[in-house]
Design a protein around this ligand. Structure first.
Ligand SMILES: *Cc1c(COP(=O)(O)O)cnc(C)c1O
Length: 493
């Protein structure tokens, strides 16, 4: 399996090299030249298997430069007692939908599904390429990636990790999860700005030749724990395979029957993994891309024009408050038949004019696989309340956006294909917002969690309760323009 840069077809790496590099020096993302295939027979044989066994099958298709033993030990170390149930991910039928719960890992967000294994993939990759003595992970986060990455990489030998989050763009619990992180090799810093400012500043550091050179002379290199890293994307394909199998096992579909998949989307990583699963052979009809009021992807999928010259909104689904969805580049690259020249032109236009538009044939391909919708905070709240009152199931704010967008789609299209909804966070990560859906307010997330628990009876995850006892270790706040200096100073030596 060969991985190439979306911006230069001549850059070709194996998976270990791509995982270590994180992003290509030309600014492109690494993509498989061709996607592997899962046959119907294979899918059938996976029915009785555990999550970790399915994961091994999928990983072997992508990580062809890893030995079976290496894959086995990475998977074993990642998907075990660190999750709060043996199934790892589980599919719950709710109100004619199948909710795929992806938040049973140590930080209660779907990011754990990939970030519990990425450190193992990375240290294994380091033993294969053996150029670097130390990897420095730089991570921009809209809230959930940061904590999940810190949790995964804390005290991993040979790795240091720095996390940057938008100062006022995360929930109180998300912030505490990060600023109380333990470990000798971790650094957490708030950025004055929004997630896009964080992501752009971090990408800038990655591709800064002088810093990169200075580090490499000391045997160090940057990498990324963001969903631009291939090592994030591949693990996310696994749960769309097991989610499909869950729907067979619970009798919603028979094997071979198509499903829709609806994903609450920000950086386009999670839904891209669903697209990869479809392209690999999982029977999928439509991929439904759900956004909040930051509806740039809705517009793009409907019109073929990606235009970030628009207002940025802070919403109650903060992990989706994004205007530059990095992983979209991987999709566009594939829709342009892996033509990197087209991608270079489009992303030059995005950098210079804040927009690009794709050709009509590409838009037609896009619309064949994807449909999109969005909803605002009021509708999100209504959906949380309505679903709870009808089914006693408590949605988090992000998953509620997906449910609302799915229901709108179903009403409009009349499409009755059974649907899998990716549920991306435990509701208690956003307690104050969710409490407001029940018409109550609170001035802090912990009081809100308690009140929410009293109303719904849904248990509060252990890791969130434990936060109150922990000491805050990090309080730096930096403007985006100062991040380069900050990183050189803190991590350069
Ligand atoms: C990260 C995140 C998303 C968005 O996922 P992308 O892969 O960035 O599209 C949605 N919901 C939650 C809770 C998240 O943490």
């Amino acid at each position: 399996m060969v991985y190439e840069s979306t911006r230069n077809n001549d850059v070709k790496l194996n998976s270990a090299q791509a995982i270590i590099k994180g992003i290509s020096s030309d600014g492109g993302l690494f993509v498989p030249s061709e996607l592997p295939v899962i046959t119907d027979d294979e899918l059938h044989s996976m029915l009785p298997l555990a999550y970790s066994e399915c994961a091994e099958i999928v990983f072997k298709k992508f990580l062809t430069d890893f030995t079976d033993d290496e894959i086995h030990s990475c998977v074993k170390a990642a998907y075990g007692k660190n999750f709060d149930m043996p199934e790892i991910a589980k599919t719950v039928p709710v109100d004619n939908m199948n909710i795929l719960e992806l938040w049973h890992g140590p930080t209660s967000a779907f990011k754990d599904m990939a970030l519990q294994i990425l450190p193992h993939l990375m240290t294994t990759s380091m033993t294969k390429t053996s150029n670097e003595k130390e990897i420095i992970i730089l991570t921009a986060t809209s809230g959930d990636t940061g904590k999940a990455a810190l949790e995964g990489f804390a005290d991993v030998p040979g790795i240091r990790i720095a996390v940057f989050y938008p100062e006022s763009g995360v929930s109180e619990i998300q912030k505490l999860q990060m600023t109380t992180q333990e470990g000798e090799n971790v650094l957490v810093c708030a950025v004055k700005g929004n997630f896009d400012d964080c992501q752009t500043a971090v990408k800038d550091i990655f591709t800064d030749e002088s810093i990169v050179k200075k580090l490499s002379q000391k045997g160090k290199a940057f990498s990324s724990a963001n969903s631009i890293n291939l090592g994030r994307l591949i693990p996310q394909v696994v749960y769309y395979v097991t989610g499909y199998l869950d729907m067979v096992k619970n009798g919603t579909i028979t094997l071979g029957e198509k499903i829709n998949i609806c994903v609450p989307t920000g950086n386009f990583g999670n839904i891209l993994a669903a697209y990869y699963a479809k392209e690999m052979g999982i029977p999928v009809n439509k991929l439904i891309c759900a956004s909040n009021k930051n509806n740039i992807l809705t517009d793009f999928i409907n019109t073929g024009v990606y235009d970030k010259n628009r207002g940025f909104y802070t919403t109650m689904s903060p992990s989706m408050d994004i205007l530059i969805s990095s992983n979209l580049e991987r999709l566009i690259h594939r829709l342009y038949d892996n033509n990197s020249k087209e991608i270079v032109a489009l992303y030059k236009s995005l950098a210079e004019n804040g927009k690009y538009s794709v050709e009509n044939v590409v838009r037609a391909k896009l619309q064949k696989d994807f449909t999109a919708g969005y909803c605002d905070d009021d509708d999100t709240k209504k959906q949380i309340k309505e679903t709870f009152e009808k089914t006693r199931y408590l949605l988090d704010t992000h998953t509620a956006v997906a449910v609302k967008v799915y229901k709108d789609y179903q009403n409009k299209s009349g499409d009755t294909t059974p649907t899998l909804i990716a549920s991306t966070a435990n509701p208690y990560k956003f307690s104050t917002s969710i409490l407001s859906a029940f018409g109550k307010s609170s001035d802090n997330d912990f009081a809100a969690a308690k009140a929410l628990n009293e109303i719904t009876g849904v248990p509060i995850p252990e890791n969130i309760t434990a936060l109150r006892q922990k000491a805050v270790r990090f309080s730096d706040v930096m403007p985006p323009a100062k991040l380069k200096e900050y990183v050189s100073e803190k991590l350069g030596n």
